[in-house]
Design a protein around this ligand. Structure first.
Ligand code: B3K
Ligand code: ZN
Length: 872
């Protein structure tokens, strides 16, 4: 398949001013009657044909301005409907038939238990009716839904319901009108036996907006947290950006059958139930945090995505990067900003960094794609958000707000580009941001190298900053990107020193260097002894930092850094030093600086001023995925055991302190979803994991006890994971009990699957094999696939990479089966092999052969794009 290229972009041939759709809804056969008002685009090159996108549609009728078309006036192909010599302005009437119950791809109109739903982004609308299915065609929609009243008591679409009524034969209809022009990817329908909960939000201009969450009735009592998160998001967007909601109702529908997290359809968001249905009793803190973030994210899209949308799909990060940045800021304001940042950086490093250094590396604004659904990636989302954060970093929060204001002033109602966004930021602040375009255009994580030289006679510290972005496929040479680097100096005893800059290099503004060249040097003087240098606080740019510091320096940073992210970073560096030493074959006792590291961590545990959640993250060793990023010829089993050995050592070294934290926080951990209670749970479960790693015989009982006394799902699941992952005596009983208790709860069964799929115990593979046949599992449900197969490939590095290739084989078979049903979900699974070149030769060969076998077996366009790239 030929890729689509950004360079080939042309404006749409026609404009669609108005769309009127009439649905006769039914699970087996739905008929869609459409009337489009089309008019030739003023800038369009004259052409003799007009192609309207359409896939898997049966055309029943077609007419232009009321005249049925003769066969010579149109042609239907796999791509769509070609109109031959259409007038400059006309009304197109079509009628098509589609089959929602047969739709296993979950794109377009599909059945989810007792209801019908749509998913149109990116190109699903063309599976519903013929249209110019591209984001730069923005139209006003009127939608009439008709169906059997008993089977489909609720009929929802975008905008306001303007008419409804009952009809003969037990049928009824509702008519919807959306006053805001929108691209087709934001179109939505939900119909069926849905219940709802309701609340109101009064906007700052005094309008009451009716808020509803629809779902199958048993999920509703657990959806109030999400509804509250929605209200908080609406309030926050008004306060922070002056952005108010623009309709009188806002509806969310939750479903258990969904390809991703959620979808921001105009005024009718559709969500994966896992991003809505959550309370303390049946969801973990991580789940609740996720729900809050996704609800906010989709709501924020109403302005960043819907009112101002993307010109083409290459601009996806215009809405996604910006909206992720906005939801990150919202979450930071709701709880602990430091913990939020640490969590986000961990995620970026575990998911985005490997993407940026692997065969699927692509710029935040890609320049070509085969299947756009493959580009909803960590790079477009999370790295995109980091770039937006760079603007904020260099413009300040107020400057950033000025840029946002100008962006909406200029582009409300338009479909625009990431360049337009940057121009608004630059123009609103009278600065030149042209070099930031490189962040969007270049793939690969820039490596920032910091080297220090101290002249003790003159008391001068020289620091050299240099950057290099490694070449990626099709992009060998890279240019320097602007990197904001906050700088701090500490004395050995932890005192922060003032920065006295010498006249070398660019002058710093607010203790921050913006590195714009390949290399720049700074000097600081007035120093009595070599200070401890700290850079990149709050992880100020998405770069891989190479800054060699001694154990002594890292210990000072761990103990005294004012920036919590930097303390976390120092802990990660110390952990990495130990893990890599063991991996390289040293006995842990022989590793340099071991005793000092032990003391530094002990001191950290005793620091009463430290947020227990930040402490928990400092005690959480770097992930295998992140460590692997910085290694070659990886032996995953050796790496797992090296990390485990360090955890064991840490658990033994800190035993007393960990027990203290565990018991001291016991009461707070029974509290609600507030920062102190969630922090208490975080430190307790981290402490318990290390204690058991240190001595399972001595501390295993604490996990069994926690399983019984658990007061919320965070505790229950922490206990279950520890029992299973350490293969403790009570694991079978605990698994059986969990299953029995939550057999009726699809989201908790997902967890039950994931816990087993991520187990490092020797029986993990046979468990996964058995679970594939378990009644709780089906390839047809994306959540189940992700919970079992996805988790196995992503988190079970030990068994997925089993030396005999058994993990790869099981995974590939499942992937192939899923691919036949749902290409979008299968393509995500395919990415698990992307890092194959970084492994030792035997695994490399086994993975390469698995990829080749998959390709030969015949894959969907989605999966084939990923697998082909991986083999290139
Ligand atoms: N915009 C949707 C993602 C659509 C994915 C299509 N394959 C959710 C979001 O980012 O808010
Ligand atoms: Zn989004």
């Amino acid at each position: 398949t030929d890729p689509i290229r950004l360079a080939d972009y042309t404006p749409p041939p026609y404009v669609i001013d108005h769309v009127s759709l009439d649905f006769q809804l039914d699970f087996e056969q739905t008929e869609v009657d459409s009337r489009l008002r089309l008019r030739r685009h003023p800038d369009a090159l004259p052409g003799r044909e007009l192609l309207l996108h359409g896939e898997d549609l049966s055309l029943l009728a077609i007419a232009i301005d009321g005249q049925p078309l003769a066969p010579a006036q149109y042609a239907v192909s796999a791509e769509g409907l070609r109109l031959i010599d259409p007038p400059a302005e006309f009304e197109l009437h079509t009628r098509v038939r589609i089959h929602p119950a047969r739709n296993t791809r979950l794109e377009g109109l599909y059945q989810s238990s007792a209801f019908l739903l749509t998913q149109c982004e990116a190109e699903g609308f063309r599976r519903i009716t013929y249209f110019l299915d591209r984001p730069d065609v923005m139209a006003r929609f009127t939608v009439r839904l008709e169906a059997d009243q008993q089977q489909f008591p609720v009929l929802l679409s975008n905008g306001d319901d303007v008419a409804q009524g009952t009809l003969a034969n037990g049928r009824h209809f509702v008519q919807w009108q959306d006053p805001w022009p929108k691209p087709s990817y934001l179109f939505a329908i939900a119909a069926g036996a849905l219940g709802h909960i309701e609340d109101y939000f009064r906007t700052r201009s005094g309008r009451d907006v009716r808020l509803r969450i629809y779902a199958e009735p048993r999920a509703l009592p657990r959806s109030w947290f999400a509804l509250d998160a929605l209200k908080r998001s609406m309030r926050w967007d008004e306060a922070r950006y002056g952005l108010e909601y623009d309709l009188d109702q806002f509806n969310i529908v939750a479903t258990y059958d969904f390809n991703m997290g959620a979808m921001e359809n105009k005024s009718l968001n559709i969500f994966n139930a896992k991003a809505i249905v959550a309370d303390l009793e049946r969801a973990t803190d991580a789940d609740l945090t996720y729900v809050e973030a996704v609800v906010a994210h989709e709501y924020f899209h109403n302005w960043t995505g819907n009112r101002v949308t993307c010109r083409d799909w290459f601009q996806l990060s215009l809405k996604e990067g910006l909206t992720v940045y906005r939801d990150q800021e919202f979450s930071a304001d709701q709880g602990s900003r430091a913990v939020k940042r640490i969590d986000d950086v961990r995620l970026l490093r575990a998911n985005q960094f490997p993407e940026d250094s692997g065969p699927f590396a692509h710029p935040v604004r890609p320049s070509e794609y085969v299947e756009i659904n493959n580009f909803y990636t960590a790079t477009v989302y999370e790295k995109g958000a980091e770039i937006v954060r760079l603007y904020e970093r260099v413009l300040g929060r107020e400057g950033f707000r000025r840029g946002m204001d100008l962006y909406f002033q200029r582009h409300d109602g338009q479909a625009v580009t990431t360049d337009d966004f940057r121009a608004a930021m630059a123009d609103a602040n009278g600065v030149d941001l042209s070099r930031f375009s490189r962040w969007y255009e270049q793939a690969g994580t820039p490596i920032l190298t910091v080297t220090e030289q101290f002249d003790s006679e003159r008391g001068v510290l020289t620091v050299q900053f240099s950057q290099e972005t490694p070449g990626t496929l099709g992009q060998a040479d890279k240019l320097p990107v602007p990197i904001p680097i906050p700088i701090a100096l500490y004395r050995q005893d932890g005192l922060r020193l003032p920065l006295q800059q010498r006249d070398v290099g660019p002058p710093l503004a607010g203790a921050m260097l913006v590195l714009t060249e390949a290399s720049q040097t700074l000097q600081f003087d007035g120093l009595q002894e070599k200070p401890v240098l700290s850079v990149l606080h709050d992880f100020s740019a998405p770069v891989a930092l190479r800054h060699r510091q001694s154990v002594a320096e890292l210990s000072v940073r761990l103990g005294f850094e004012q920036d919590p992210f930097c303390r976390f970073e120092a802990a990660q560096n110390l952990g990495e030093h130990l893990i890599q030493s063991v991996y390289a074959g040293q006995a842990l006792d022989a590793v340099s600086g071991l005793a000092e590291i032990g003391r530094a961590f002990k001191a950290l545990c005793a620091d009463a001023g430290l947020d227990p959640a930040v402490l928990a993250e400092c005690l959480n060793l770097p992930d295998e995925a992140y460590l692997s990023e910085r290694m070659q010829a990886i032996d995953p089993s050796r790496l797992f055991h090296a990390r485990q050995a360090v955890a064991t050592w840490l658990g033994q070294q800190l035993e007393g302190a960990l027990l203290q934290h565990y018991h001291r926080e016991a009461q707070s951990a029974g509290g609600g979803f507030d920062a102190p209670s969630t922090a208490a749970r975080r430190i307790r479960h981290r402490a318990l994991a290390l204690l058991i790693a240190g001595d399972a015989t001595r501390h295993g009982a604490l996990a069994s006890e926690l399983a019984v006394t658990a007061r919320n799902m965070t505790e229950r699941l922490a206990a279950l994971s520890l029992l299973v992952h350490f293969g403790l005596a009570d694991q079978e009983a605990a698994l059986a009990q969990f299953y029995q208790q939550y057999e009726d709860d699809p989201l908790l069964l997902d967890k039950w699957l994931s816990v087993q799929a991520s187990s490092p115990q020797p029986d993990a593979l046979s468990r996964v094999r058995a679970l594939l046949k378990h009644p709780a599992y089906t390839h047809r449900n994306p959540n189940k696939v992700r919970a079992l197969i996805g988790t196995f490939g992503r988190l079970n590095r030990l068994h997925f990479h089993a030396a005999d290739g058994s993990g790869y084989a099981l995974y590939a078979d499942a992937l192939q089966a899923v691919d036949a049903l749902n290409p979008q979900v299968a393509a995500r699974l395919s990415a698990a092999f992307n890092g194959w070149r970084r492994f030792e030769p035997l695994r490399q060969e086994a993975m390469r052969r698995t990829l080749q076998r998959l390709l030969q077996a015949g894959l969907s366009k989605d999966s084939a794009e990923i697998v082909t790239k991986a083999l290139e």
